[in-house]
Design a protein around this ligand. Structure first.
Ligand SMILES: *[C@@H]1O[C@H](CO)[C@@H](O)[C@H](O)[C@H]1NC(C)=O
Length: 313
């Protein structure tokens, strides 16, 4: 009988000796992701100086980072603690669907952020008119919704997978490619969807739009006469540019390799980088490189100190 109802998740490494160190690293990164992104989200919610589209989008990104790493890492953490690394097919499919939606959402939100930077730098005089609350809110909703809509066709195709040659998933969570590789059903339509929806609609189009925004941004910055002005303009988009570069580079390493040579252990490590390290880096990049966020953080810390000072007086 070939009816597979549960899967065994092999984990990050097949070597038992590496299990504890890898678990600790993943767990610490996960806690840092939760902490760092929660701080960014709360700062943007409560600090009026951060009530601009750019920081609202950043808050969206923080929530996405938290969800994304929870979806992909919770199995590693639970499996280690409970010593049970099995999962049902339904769980696995739900996990894949949520992960697809979130990854696509994240790339779209980053694209919306690059449009925001484009407007801020290339048409600064009309910034508040173009990027008002309504427009930025609508953009955010569109990103979230289209990320979900774009994942539906791939997911429907995934549901058709019935037969599996093995129930051992050589990965640390249910990811689409490792699962597809286990199937003995015909996966050609699924592969086509992954390429067209995942690669083109969620990957290439956001990348192209981001790239075009930055071409305009760089040309505009180069035309600024004073070097102080140039630096200031570049400064407002340097955090975003860093995050975008990191994310696309790691996605290319993970997915853009010739199909025949997909080496699952390499894929595992680059996907560990994507799901564990990148969500930690985002808030770090924004808080270390960004004066507004640093000032807001300092203000919050001082603010919570204030009652002590006043009781002393
Ligand atoms: C996402 O961004 C939009 C647009 O700026 C904003 O209105 C909304 O509050 C943000 N949502 C979250 C959860 O940060």
């Amino acid at each position: 009988m070939n009816v597979t109802t549960y899967f065994v998740i092999i984990g990050v490494s097949g070597f038992p000796a590496l299990q504890l160190p890898i678990f600790l690293i993943v767990f610490i990164m996960y806690l840092l992701t939760l902490g760092g992104n929660m701080i960014i989200f709360l700062l943007v919610c409560f600090d009026r100086n951060l009530h601009t589209p750019m920081y609202f989008f950043l808050a969206n990104l923080s929530i996405l980072d938290i969800c994304c790493s929870t979806v992909s890492l919770h199995k590693v953490i639970i499996a280690f603690i409970s010593a049970n690394n099995t999962t049902s097919l339904t769980d696995c499919l739900v996990q894949i669907f949520i992960f697809l939606c979130l990854t696509c959402d994240e790339l779209l939100i980053l694209t919306a952020m690059s449009y925001d930077r484009y407007v801020a730098i290339c048409v600064p005089l009309h910034y508040h008119q173009i990027m008002n609350h309504k427009v930025s809110g609508l953009l955010a909703v569109m990103c979230w919704v289209s990320g979900v809509l774009e994942s539906i066709p791939t997911f429907m195709e995934l549901l058709k997978l019935k037969c599996f040659i093995s129930n051992k998933i050589n990965h640390f969570f249910c990811d689409i490619i490792p699962l597809m590789k286990l199937s003995c059903s015909n996966t050609s339509v699924l592969q086509l969807y992954i390429l067209i929806v995942g690669g083109f609609a969620c990957g290439f189009i956001p990348f192209a739009l981001t790239f075009i925004s930055y071409v305009f941004i760089i040309f505009t910055i180069l035309k600024i006469k004073s070097s102080a002005g140039r630096r200031k303009a570049f400064y407002t988009c340097s955090s975003h540019l860093t995050v975008v570069t990191l994310l696309y580079t790691s996605l290319v390493f993970q997915y853009l390799r010739p199909n025949s040579s997909i080496d699952l252990s390499f894929t595992k490590f680059s996907s560990l980088f994507n799901t564990a390290a990148i969500p930690v880096l985002n808030p770090l990049i924004y808080s270390l490189k960004n004066k507004d966020v640093k000032t807001a953080l300092r203000r919050r810390i001082q603010y919570t100190d204030l009652p002590h000072k006043s009781t002393l007086m």
